[in-house]
Design a protein around this ligand. Sequence first.
Ligand code: NAP
Length: 448
Amino acid sequence: MLRVAIVGSGPAGVYAAGALSQHGDTTIDVFDRLPCPYGLVRYGVAPDHPKIKSISLTLRKLLEDPAVRFLGNVEIGEQLTLDDLRRHYDAVIFSQGSAVDRRLGIPGEDLPGSYSATEFVAWYSAHPDAPIDSFVLDARSVAVIGVGNVAVDVARILAKTADDLRPTDLPDHVLAVLERSRVEDVYVIGRRGPAQAKFTTLELRELGEVENIDVLVDPADLELDEVSRKVVESEPMMRRNLEVMTEWAHRVPRGRPRRLHLRFLLRPVEILGPDRVTGLVVERTKLDPTGHAIGTGELSTIETQLVFRSVGYRGVPLPDLPFDERSGIVPNAGGRVLRNGGAMPGVYVAGWIKRGPTGVIGTNKRDANETVAALLADLPALPAAPVRDPDAVINVLAERGVRVVTWTGWRAIEQVEAALGQAQGRDRIKIADREELLRAAADGHAGG
Ligand code: NAP
């Protein structure tokens, strides 16, 4: 019987568990540091994207496979070390994702009023680590730096009304803040041109369908240079993005309550403010022949009281694992973790911590399959873990005072969230408070 530990229950980890369970004669423990499974599907996918959120149904099926055990609220590296895992498992797959935001490295970045998109997404997604009073939204003008799908999510949530979002699973404290939001202008700012934007057409197009906003695009920003013309000719998605933006550039603003300004070829230079954000200085850029942004020296200031940096994520080093600071991932070859150029026996990675924060959720399936194929190919050479009893690791965690949340506990959390929703005629309301989650799980453990 092969015993594998997976660290992280987001799509990459769960798809890896699914691929391993096909192998037969395998038991898989999927750990998560949070009491709830699904990683970014629960804590990253926007609440108004129910279709993408429904991927959790696929993930649920995989986690409910009899060969798989969910063990939530366990911090690997703290409560269980890699040595512990090696004692209890023949192989370990790390798939904990990329937990932190990338930095801009400009003055004013740490002023009150300047946040990472990650913090805002965590707050509205009811992440247990995000304080419930993180945001007040008393700013009239907000700047979102970056033109990826996360920037689009953040802009859309800021642009919509609380009533638009009430049918979702947003917690009440978030809806209350959105209800009182004074936001009128949202600037979404790309340092390169529209042909280099990272957002996908479906997500972009959705911005134009938000009833509460006028989307404003300057036609001059859509004039393409030689480099961009080539991109648009060769990449259908860029062409479609440009078509959407061109249509917006010709729309007559309808005087809606909020305006979303999509701006390009502007590089953030400084966040202004004596003691909190009052503005964002940007420099006009142009593209060099390789498509990189270079400054032109032409500066301007966008008046804003709130800045969100939405410039990508990066991984966090885990104790005992090698880490490449430059790329923010664990060095690996097709999922085999590399230390000093050689593979660490029985240690693998999958998902964003393996390849960086790119791709859509489905990308993680291919990625996880590649890792599992490597693991299975290595099997004959892997030393067997000395401890074979599946209860042993549970006993170790109990001795260390860890309140493990099992699948039964998670189902109990789900029931409490559904009951909270029903009381308001909604499907579900997420619980943000970790203690409350653990109490709900404990009641489930006691009852089931
Ligand atoms: P992303 O797609 O990599 O976009 C990051 C953006 O930040 C780019 O526009 C990038 O511009 C910009 N940027 C980076 N460094 C910058 C700097 N120093 N100054 C100014 N701009 C800078 O990252 P993301 O939006 O965080 O998304 C992460 C992944 O999750 C992506 O694969 C995304 O598609 C996925 N996601 C998908 C959905 C969905 O499908 N609905 C929703 C959310 C996220 P450059 O191109 O010039 O570097």
